[in-house]
Design a protein. Structure first.
Length: 269
């Protein structure tokens, strides 16, 4: 089944490749969540939900009846963004002109941001939470990271919180842009930027995400048994409709952030 309607689109395979390359190129540049989260899938366009098992998941067998406890089903959310290519522009491409990719790149940029917003903050309308606001995450008080070694000390405390719970691998620190800026200074007596010293401490990456608002920071044990990103349909582009002779396309994906062990996340408040 041609779910994406590509067969009905009035463009050739070469142009489809250019569109796909533009979308993937933009996603790779901008997506932060996929840089540290394991991916499960793609499970297929028809997948509508995924299993999320808690750490306490068990099967109870009693009186000839078996029930699984600590398991829930989470729906795969569809994210999409549309863009329009003018019919005159497509005619110019057919005549040998190069494709202006600006509308494609802008739509891909918006969708990439929407994905990261879902990962970090969830979506109240869809009834899902994200890494920052999930129930059960560990919250640590944060000092003034623009002063002294407060950032290093706070991250060390957060790391201790994870290790005390048995989370010792896959550690990633994700920061808002202003918090990342605070770490771009050489620590006295070390010869190291504070961000590099922290990366050595956690033995993992320190990432920046523009979707995080000011003063946000979180430390995550991002192993797949703790949290992952389930994909139904990965980023794909389909043909939507013709409107006023112009051609409307849609970039879409279906996904679910599976937080299996929320205490593998430390949020600095």
């Amino acid at each position: 089944m041609d779910v994406l309607g590509r067969e009905s689109a009035p463009i050739n395979a070469v142009l489809w490749n250019q569109i796909d390359e533009a979308v993937i190129e933009t996603a790779r540049k901008l997506l932060t969540g996929r840089r540290f989260l394991s991916l499960a899938g793609p499970l297929g366009a028809g997948a509508q939900s995924v299993i999320v098992d808690s750490a306490a998941m068990t099967e109870e067998l009693e009186a000839g009846l078996g029930q699984i406890r600590g398991r829930r089903f989470q729906p795969l959310i569809q994210l999409f963004e549309d863009f329009t290519l003018l019919w005159r522009d497509l005619e110019s491409v057919e005549s040998g002109a190069s494709l202006d990719r600006s509308r494609i790149l802008e739509a891909a940029r918006k969708l990439a941001r929407r994905e990261d917003e879902l990962i970090f903050f969830g979506n109240p309308a869809a009834g899902v939470s994200g890494l920052v606001n999930t129930e059960g995450a560990v919250h640590c008080a944060r000092g003034d990271w623009s002063q002294s070694e407060n950032a290093f000390a706070d991250i060390a405390k957060g790391l201790n919180e994870l290790e005390s719970r048995g989370y010792v691998s896959g550690i990633t620190l994700v920061l808002s842009p202003d918090r990342m800026l605070d770490l771009q200074r050489i620590q006295p007596g070390t010869g190291l930027l504070e961000v590099d010293r922290i990366a050595r401490l956690i033995d993992g990456p320190v990432l920046k995400s523009p979707v995080l608002k000011q003063n946000h920071a979180l430390l995550i044990a991002a192993e797949p048994e703790n949290v992952d990103l389930a994909l139904g349909m990965d980023l794909s582009t389909g043909y939507l409709e013709t409107k006023d002779f112009n051609h409307v396309f849609r970039i879409l994906e279906t996904l679910a952030l599976r937080i299996k062990r929320p205490d593998a996340i430390v949020v600095f408040d």
